[in-house]
Write a protein that binds this ligand. Structure first.
Ligand code: BEZ
Ligand code: FE
Length: 309
């Protein structure tokens, strides 16, 4: 038996990975071992520091349940989620760029009529009208695309966000819109506001301990799906947020920034059901054909992490 050394311990662990291991698991596990060992050598990690890290992971697990995914948040604040999206966009080139799903998606939002007020009559914040269309890669409007969207209320919280008083009705600031043959969608809301990612768990400790803020720039979340097309998972960011360059979870892309323009025209306001001036945002999406046979509507119901019960 040979002694383990700094030089041969990595090989010794890699040798243990069996030949029958599923190839993708083998690839990932080997890289994980190599990178983890390199990290330990690079910083001369002590046993106490390793134990601290293990306990940190335990704490991430302890605070997590089906309504709170601290492990996902950890990947988000370390830029790992954003990096996976960036790699995915290289494959999906030509479609609207993607961004984080975040933890506050709820499956089963009601289908709304065009121009519906998703704030359900909220008087807080700034009134806004958002519209646009969904096109295919040949600029043809896509009929029957489901636009599933959600955002924070003006109080900086998502409806049904864990730990918050139930200030808003079920599915406020959420809705599904189905495009007609012109590919268009439109809805009324209150202009999205900047808000904090949750900081009351171990991930909050990382942000605080490394001198980082927890703000996300104001945004709207979108999932857009239709069978035969690749699902779009993205966010649209307000152009006037002061956090566009310092998003706590690295989701911002230039192509996803929307300019909100003030409209003071009384007739426009009346026509849309606003009592005074309002903000207007417009964004067109591009979907790419999907050659696989995954059922579009099923993709995200599995990942829905929030529910009101
Ligand atoms: C969000 O946009 O809702 C979000 C994304 C990542 C972490 C926390 C919140
Ligand atoms: Fe969000």
């Amino acid at each position: 038996m040979r002694d383990l050394t700094k030089e041969n311990v990595t090989e010794a662990v890699l040798d243990k990975i069996g030949d029958n291991t599923e190839p993708r698991v083998k690839e990932i596990m080997e890289a994980l071992v190599r990178h983890a060992h390199d990290l330990i050598k690079e910083v001369n990690l002590t046993s106490d520091e390793l134990l601290y890290g293990a306990r940190f992971i335990q704490d991430v697990g302890k605070i997590s349940d089906d309504k709170r995914e601290e492990g996902v948040l950890l990947g988000d604040v370390l830029g790992m989620t954003a990096l996976c999206e960036i790699l995915g966009d290289i494959v999906r080139i030509g479609a609207t760029e993607s961004s984080l799903l975040g933890p506050f998606y709820r499956d089963g939002a009601p289908v709304r009529e065009m121009n519906f007020d998703i704030s359900l009559g909220d008087n807080e914040g700034e009134p806004a009208f958002v519209s646009g269309a969904v096109f295919d890669s040949k600029e043809k409007p896509i009929e029957g695309a489901v636009i599933d969207l959600w955002q924070t209320a003006p109080n900086q919280f998502y409806e049904a966000q864990m730990g918050q008083p139930k200030e808003y009705d079920d599915y406020a600031y959420r809705g599904r819109f189905i495009t007609g043959n012109d590919g268009k969608y439109s809805f009324r809301t209150r202009k999205p506001v900047d808000y904090h990612v949750p900081t009351d768990g171990p991930v909050g400790k990382i942000l605080k301990g490394t001198g980082r803020h927890s703000w996300r720039p104001a945004h709207l979340h979108y999932l857009i799906y239709k069978d035969g097309y690749q699902t779009i998972q993205t966010e649209l960011f307000n152009n006037d947020s002061e956090y566009l360059d310092s998003d706590a979870v690295f989701g911002v892309k230039e192509s996803l920034i929307v300019k909100y323009k003030k409209n003071d025209n009384k007739k426009d306001a009346e026509k849309l059901g606003f009592s005074g001036s309002f903000y207007e945002g417009n964004y067109n999406f591009v979907m790419k054909e999907d050659l696989s046979s995954i059922n579009a509507a099923d993709q995200y119901s599995k990942r829905a992490s929030m529910s009101s019960d």
